[in-house]
Write a protein of this length. Sequence first.
Length: 321
Amino acid sequence: MLAIAGFVVGGALAGSAGQLVTVQLTDTQVTWQVGTFLGASGALAAALVRETLFRRDDAPVVVSVALLLWMLSALAGDITATRLGVALAATTLLGYTAFALGTASIPGMLTGVLLVLLTTVLGGYGWFAMLVAFFAIGGLSTKIGYEQKAERGVEQENEGVRDTGNVLANSLVALVAVLAVPPGAELGVPEVVFFYAFAGAIAAALADTLSSEIGSLYDNPRLVTTLEPVDAGTDGAVTWQGTVAGAVGAGIIALVSLSAGSGPVGVVVVLVAGVVGTTADSLLGVVLEGELLGNQGVNFFATLVAAVVAATVTATVGVSA
């Protein structure tokens, strides 16, 4: 962990310095805030790619990071010093906490902190609050009753430690919503549509996580399509306790969305999208999981359904934020 931390910090400092030198030499109109953001993003991305794909080959790492920074440089826009400082502090705290509590592997932790950095800088504080609420509550819920879940054979793999695949399966749709805001504005799509798509996806992710983690502690699960009793751990199995926990999870994200300015109607949109998403997860578990999709694929499509529902309602009804 210390080696990874040193790599990230050193890379961030070197990357930021390189950005600033390039600006001076080329007279490019890039602020130091953008340069620092790109340096930090590049360091985290490089550490993640090295840790998961190319540990002994630096060339693909350099190419991958260069392509990412090229994209981010076009999306960054104006970044205030305050927002950048909050983003960097939040990523540091989140990374340390995830490692200390054992809720994520090193690649999973790197993925999470990179997502938080991008969301805070490109989205805003309200977007950041929803994402962190999901990571914090979802990660801790995995640890609740872990030994009991292990006895039932329904525990999260890797002793409850989430890896990159787990993080991306639940957060990739939300990340796309964040990155789509600048291009969407050029196409005439209001930012509020992407905001609710983001919120709906996160609500579905937390709803599904709590539904699974809490529901698996109780007996008498039933198949969501027929309500017939099934064994614990069966794809598409639900309990009423898990269903309630899922609705609470969606409600938490809906309430946190108030920090970004969503009103009563917006809260309802996020809540409904989250519940629809976790219901879709259960239905997909019955129909597709095992033969066509793994658990992570089902999670991805469930968040996609929630995002589409929230965005469609927002665009149709005219919900504000």
